[in-house]
Design a protein around this ligand. Structure first.
Ligand SMILES: [Zn+2]
Ligand SMILES: [Zn+2]
Length: 403
């Protein structure tokens, strides 16, 4: 049987964008027909066709309630909310909040050695850019020199060793710890925001260093008589910060040689409760109308940023959500046998071999490695990436800006 495909809150144009993106290279024309089919006792399928006679079906997606369709490197997400007898209801089709619109994206570097980027020097006004599985990431990170990693679509920066020009556009700054290569650009960031008349930035720091960071601002204000307007907030491990638009950030425990914490971003959504999944749409409507609470709030870890830490952070049972986040941005300061994992831990850092040894723990769709030691070259980093074993190969990307 054929039944209609409903986009609860979307438009057919958005639907077409989604399916075109989802099907990637297989798809050659525009989508003109979207239908769902469901035989007796069978799963539902969404089929799409390039012509209205439905003879040229390109793709079939098996569907069940709760299944999420995420278009790789596209900006649209759809979700099956209810696969009942009346057809398939797709939930809100939305733009991925983490990905910049194509016209806004900086030119992404090809992730391969020998593309000439190894020649770039620190201090240039640009930052590196990666598009990874629905996330636009920009930044620079060199161990001991500077780390600033941004999700520009969310207006978020993590750490600010110096102040890259691009960081000034970010409204929220989350600091993991007070080492100079992670906090050195803080007053400059606040000053640049003020000069450019941007709104007062929100800066989150570990609660235990907040008073000292206030002193840092006081000293700078005394030195140059600038107001340095900033909304400074202290967060402890476990504390949450509401970003608005259905996202919250939570601080998690990391293990470094000074007080430190990482940050994980959760999306918070209302979803149909399990007991109502599969009910026909009319019954759901009746329940909703009679005042029954048919949805519940569901949190999904979207992206996590570790800052500096030893491997103890991923052995910590309390940090399971970090290993399940779709995107994990994680330090990997040391890469080769010149520094042992034991030495790395002594300095409060991680060795790539520890990540490899525990590869099965990482359920993340994508992992971006940062904070490589300045001793390495661009080539050293890619040599190490090439040797990654299958569970990691293909979903681990190095941020090589500055090498
Ligand atoms: Zn560092
Ligand atoms: Zn550090």
């Amino acid at each position: 049987m054929h039944s209609a495909l409903h986009f609860r809150n979307g438009t057919s144009a958005l639907a077409q964008r989604f399916f075109t993106a989802h099907n990637g290279s297989h798809f050659k024309g525009s989508v003109s027909t979207l239908i769902t089919t469901r035989g007796p006792g069978q799963s539902s399928f969404i089929s799409m066709s390039s012509d209205s006679t439905a003879t040229g079906t390109w793709c079939r997606f098996p569907v069940s309630s709760g299944r999420r369709f995420e278009a790789m490197a596209s900006d649209v997400v759809a979700e099956v909310e209810n696969a009942g007898d009346e057809g398939v209801e797709l939930g809100v089709c939305e733009s991925s909040p983490f990905l910049l619109a194509p016209e806004e994206r900086p030119v992404c570097k090809k992730i391969e050695p020998g593309n000439g980027y190894g020649q770039t020097k620190l201090g240039r006004p640009t930052t590196g850019a990666l598009d990874v599985d629905g996330f636009s990431i920009e930044g620079v990170s060199v161990g001991g020199q500077e780390t600033c990693v941004m999700l520009p679509a969310m207006k978020i920066a993590f750490d600010i060793g110096r102040c890259p020009k691009r960081a000034i556009d970010q409204d929220f700054l989350f600091i993991t710890h007070a080492h100079m290569d992670h906090i050195g650009g803080l007053t400059m960031y606040v000053a640049c925001r003020a000069i450019l008349k941007r709104k007062v930035p929100t800066v989150i720091v570990p609660a235990c260093v907040k008073a000292t960071v206030e002193k840092l601002f006081a000293v700078q204000r005394e030195l140059d008589n600038s107001p340095l307007p900033v909304n400074l907030i202290g967060m402890d491990v476990g504390d949450e910060f509401d970003l608005g638009r259905g996202f919250i950030v939570k601080a998690f425990k990391t293990y470094h040689v000074v007080p430190s914490q990482g940050y994980v971003i959760y999306s918070v959504k209302q979803k149909l409760k399990q007991e109502y999944v599969g009910l026909p749409g009319t019954e759901i409507k009746t329940l909703r109308a009679s005042g029954v609470q048919i949805t519940e709030s569901v949190r999904t870890p979207e992206a996590a940023f570790t800052g500096d830490t030893t491997s103890d952070f991923f052995l910590d049972e309390a940090n399971m959500d970090i290993l399940n986040a779709k995107l994990l941005i994680m330090e990997s300061t040391f890469l080769d046998s010149n520094v042992s994992p034991a030495n790395a831990n002594e300095y409060g850092h991680m060795h790539l071999s520890e990540i490899v040894a525990h590869a099965e723990k990482f359920k993340n769709k994508s992992i971006v490695l940062i904070h490589f030691s300045a001793r390495y070259t661009h080539e050293n980093i890619f040599d190490a990436m090439k040797k990654l074993p299958p569970p990691l190969q293909g979903r681990v990307f190095p941020l090589t800006e500055g090498f």
